[in-house]
Design a binder for this molecule. Structure first.
Ligand code: FAD
Length: 265
């Protein structure tokens, strides 16, 4: 079983106040501490479990700046066999479509016989949840989102559980497939010192847009059909009402408010 895992590096939560929105709507993230997008660890954990049960290989793919390399090392320490970083000036400013196109080109080139591609359901920074479905379209693979359980079936398929509004669905998904996963799927392992040392012998390959035969017009900002026009924070609004009068009057008034009496009983 050959499994590719897409891992995005995102700003560490303590660093969010340092992210600068440029005038052109792009994000300036240089010099900001990165972490592996949390749910992508669940995707990697599942790939490692599948390899343990069925054999095969696990490769990690990421698109981002060279500072992502050290975090790919972490993915290798968790147990991935190989890691690929799609990194090139031409990839900068990519929207979700250009990101998916590049990741699909990387997977097609480096893991042409893949059985499964795992993604997180959404990143914690842009969080569009579009990359998984778009990746499936580029790879011509079957796709499901919001998976909280995956088992490998006998009939050349994966059995996947996804949440519905009043329960859950159990779906057979034929190979090759792309599955976007949730945090409920598993508990990601923490690499030991031995794992970290062993990861130093594993290779991280950097892929450029030229190596993926992606012209500039199909990569990064130039290859992105969407452009952020404006970014703003919606102000938090709370309806505050100061009660007046004696303590008894204020308590009586408070108890008249819908829902309050039930809470205090
Ligand atoms: C118009 C526009 C301009 C942008 N400009 C910039 C910019 O200048 N600089 C910038 O840093 N970002 C920019 N972004 C954000 C960037 O496009 C997104 O980070 C990227 O497309 C992934 O989208 P997402 O985070 O919403 O992924 P989601 O769809 O929420 O992610 C789902 C899953 O897909 C996988 N995934 C997503 N992205 C990657 C990746 N890069 N590598 C590996 N796996 C991945 C992960 O498994 C992830 O959990 C821009 C976005 C838009 C729409």
């Amino acid at each position: 079983m050959h499994v590719a895992v897409c891992v995005k590096m995102v700003p560490a939560p303590g660093q969010w106040s340092r992210i600068v929105f440029r005038d052109d709507g792009s994000l300036q993230r240089e010099g900001i501490e990165l972490i592996i997008n949390p749910v992508d660890r669940n995707a990697l954990e599942e790939a490692l479990k599948i390899r343990q049960a069925r054999g095969g290989t696990v490769a990690v793919f990421s698109m981002g700046p060279p500072s992502c390399l050290e975090h790919l090392r972490e993915a290798l320490a968790m147990g991935a066999d190989r890691a690929f970083l799609l990194s090139d000036r031409n990839f900068a400013g990519a929207d979700t479509l250009a990101t998916s196109r590049a990741l699909a080109a990387g997977i097609k080139k480096e893991m042409p016989g893949f059985d499964l591609v795992l993604c997180g359901s959404a990143s914690i920074d842009s969080g569009t949840a579009q990359v998984g479905p778009q990746l499936a379209a580029y790879l011509g693979a079957a796709h499901l989102t919001e998976a909280f359980s995956i088992s490998v079936g006998e009939q050349n398929c994966f059995q996947v559980r996804t949440a519905g509004s009043h329960g859950y669905f159990v779906t057979d998904l034929r190979k090759p497939a792309v599955i976007s996963v949730t945090k409920q799927l598993n508990k990601p392992r923490i690499p030991t010192l031995f794992d970290i040392m062993a990861s130093c012998n594993k290779e991280i390959i950097i892929l450029s847009s030229a190596e993926l035969s992606l012209p500039k017009s199909e990569s990064g900002l130039e290859g992105s059909p969407t452009k952020v026009r404006e970014l703003f924070f919606s102000p938090a609004r709370r309806l505050a009402r100061i009660l007046e009068g004696s303590m008894e009057d204020r308590v009586e008034e408070l108890l008249r408010q819908p829902g309050v009496a039930g809470v205090l009983k």
